[in-house]
Design a binder for this molecule. Structure first.
Ligand code: BEZ
Length: 209
């Protein structure tokens, strides 16, 4: 095992961190990165992280030269250029923009899911903004319906930036929003997710509350 040359600001519960962790496993780079655990919410920041990422968000990656890169999209692309296997982001052409667009949709699902989680656990129940919560949940449902109807074959074709991002988004919904019951409305997505959840990279990065 080599000594890690990079440090990832990390929390196993973050779907954005998980994307990066799955990439590390899929590309055999996990030994190159030390994990620095961050316990944070938008209202209880991690001071050490703030010093390296003024936005106070994870993931952030400290490189061997001491510089820090963020966010998950930038880190994913950086690490994807550090291995010799098949790229997980197509380097050019229409496939690049399509796969990145699907990954962006998955990131949007994660954003909405994390926002809903924060609203529900960080704000007093009498202050919950129900219309806003419903709008976020609708966003998640619409995005999942699109993946079910228009993207299932693309997700099945290979486990790259698009598929990894969607898998991590679904993992987070299962963790924090089981009430959404997303499988009933999206049976093909559910079957696909069942299959990819068996991958060693997904098993190794299961969120541990
Ligand atoms: C969570 O506990 O749901 C969470 C933790 C870190 C980042 C995002 C979400």
């Amino acid at each position: 095992m080599s000594t890690p040359s990079m440090t990832l600001f990390h929390n196993t519960l973050s779907p954005f961190v998980r994307k990066v962790m799955v990439l590390l496993h899929e590309t055999g780079q996990q030994d190159r990165v030390a994990l620095q655990d961050c316990v944070l919410t938008p209202v209880s920041p991690d001071t050490a992280l703030n010093a390296d990422n003024p936005l106070g968000k994870i993931p952030a990656l400290r490189l061997a030269d001491g510089s820090v890169i963020h966010d998950s999209r930038v880190i994913f692309e950086y690490l994807d250029q550090q291995h010799v296997g098949n790229p997980l982001i197509p380097r050019e052409g229409a496939a690049r923009w399509r796969r990145l667009t699907l990954a962006s949709l998955a990131d949007g699902i994660m954003d909405a899911s994390v926002m809903v989680r924060y609203e529900l656990v960080l704000r007093a129940p009498e202050k919950h903004w129900d219309e806003w919560l419903d709008a976020q949940r609708d966003k998640i449902r619409r995005a999942l319906a699109y993946l079910e109807s228009d993207a299932i074959a693309e997700l099945t074709s290979h486990f790259d930036v698009a598929a990894i991002s969607v898998a991590c988004a679904l993992g987070y919904i299962d963790l924090r929003h089981p009430d959404l019951d997303w499988r009933s409305a999206n049976p093909q997505l559910a079957n696909w997710y069942f299959d990819v959840s068996q991958r060693p990279s997904m098993v190794a990065t299961m969120p541990k509350p």
